[in-house]
Design a binder for this molecule. Structure first.
Ligand code: FEO
Length: 171
């Protein structure tokens, strides 16, 4: 059984992961609207990946015997600016998630809750990959600036991501 403080903190993270999914779906809709269909597809896959993250936390809370009470998911923005701005918003969001997961890990260590700490370390590692991937996309977008052909190439490349690549932790 996990502590009340840990339950509350993980419940908040569950909500944050659902918000992440919602945010990426909003970004995807915006990219469809602005005719970057490859980026829209990439962001929709990311939405699915965030949904997997939320489900991992949900399943863990259930396994721990917690009565999960779902909270409202905040409304994400609907306008994101240029394609570079979209991915910069993504990076900023992922950096915030990394900070939150580090704080959760600190709490798990403080409480000597090794089961939760183990789960969180998977998330911490996942954050490193996510930040690196998005940083890579930002670098390419900065390189091409407003060059239409370059943007088209990047959009095509982003469209080749078809499935969530998250390797989920062993149950
Ligand atoms: Fe749930 Fe983007 O990490």
């Amino acid at each position: 059984m996990i502590s009340q403080a840990m339950q509350s903190a993980l419940s908040q993270q569950l909500n944050d992961e659902f918000y992440s999914a919602y945010l990426y779906l909003a970004m995807s809709a915006y990219c469809n609207h602005t005719d970057f269909n490859g980026a829209a597809s990439w962001l929709k896959v990311q939405y699915e990946e965030e949904h997997i993250h939320a489900t991992l936390i949900y399943n863990y809370l259930i396994e721990q015997g917690v009565h999960v009470e779902l909270q409202s998911i905040p409304k994400p923005p609907s306008e994101f600016g240029a394609l570079l701005d979209v991915f910069q918003s993504s990076l900023k969001h992922e950096q915030l998630m990394t900070q939150k997961l580090n704080e959760l890990s600190d709490l798990a260590l403080k409480e000597k809750d090794h089961a939760t700490y183990n789960l969180l370390q998977w998330f911490v590692k996942e954050q490193v990959e996510e930040e690196a991937t998005v940083s890579g996309i930002i670098s390419k977008l900065k390189l091409v600036k407003n060059d239409g052909y370059g943007l088209l190439m990047i959009d095509n490349e982003l469209g080749s991501r078809t499935v969530a690549t998250t390797a989920t932790p062993a149950p």
